[in-house]
Write a protein that binds this ligand. Sequence first.
Ligand code: GDP
Length: 329
Amino acid sequence: MAPDVDALLEGIRAGRRAAISQAITLVESTSPRHRAVARDLLTRLEPGRAVRVGISGVPGVGKSTFIEALGTRLTAAGHRVGVLAVDPSSIRTGGSVLGDKTRMARLATDPAAYIRASPSAGTLGGVARATVQAMMVLEAAGYDVVLVETVGVGQSEVTVAGMVDTFVFLTLARTGDQLQGIKKGILEIADVIAVNKADGDRQQEARVAARDLAGALRLVRGTGERAPSVVTCSALEDTGVDDVWARVLEHRDHLGEEGLARKRAEQQLDFTWALVRDELDQRLRRSPAVRAIRAEVRDAVLSGELPATVAADRVLAAYDGDAEPLPPV
Ligand code: GDP
């Protein structure tokens, strides 16, 4: 049964966790009826003004430990913190689900925090849609900081960078080529880079790594553009985590109110088209006319009988020829 929007809205405004969870489940749903109710709910939510921060890094870098340390600090300072996850890989592998509460034991029991694991919406586009909408629910419920966690898998980092104000990249000190293993694309989207696990006998190594990274970034970004801050921290010992947060706030200051508003507006426009593309892709997959010729096209292309350009035209013609417009997802 679709939930009552009025009751949900009231619960969200009052900051009730049950209502928030129910609303997020609703916006994650792919059923057409739920999608219609979700749209109604979302258009009636008051826009919030949370600080939106993306946190990324390879598995094991310390994301959950860092979020636990940072989140606990923020709630102690009077903030209300939402943690959301974008992890398209967990859908396929069923592996480590980001935003898993057992990975953030302290924050999970903190009344001023709300943690939500990555939705299993099937595609990155689906996960992104659900996450952006969940963020809107949390903001309307009065959460003033939203941390979006993601792993360095495929496009997920770029997707998250497109939904937050500031993007934090966690990395580790490596001997040898410091940039090895860090995709160039990440260096281009990161606003703050933190070399984590700077504790014990790894402190010095981390500091050297941070300095090398800062140098490399100046080359990647070129002059004129603001290079991201590079700092070291230990999520485990909670040292330098406050400094990472200070750099996040500094980045917001640098954007200024106008710059931030413009960034968010541009993100909305990009996201609009991303949603359209995702939806078109889904429709293409579901199109009966396309399904009917898929195997034939596949065989013809694989055997070299049909050039890709002709095959693509045939698939598109089949899609366009679908007599009935498909229902919305
Ligand atoms: P995630 O996969 O990125 O979320 O990484 P986790 O937060 O689960 O951390 C992976 C492992 O690294 C765990 O055993 C943590 O205890 C450890 N770890 C995380 N942060 C630090 C740190 O700052 N210093 C040290 N020494 N270990 C850390």
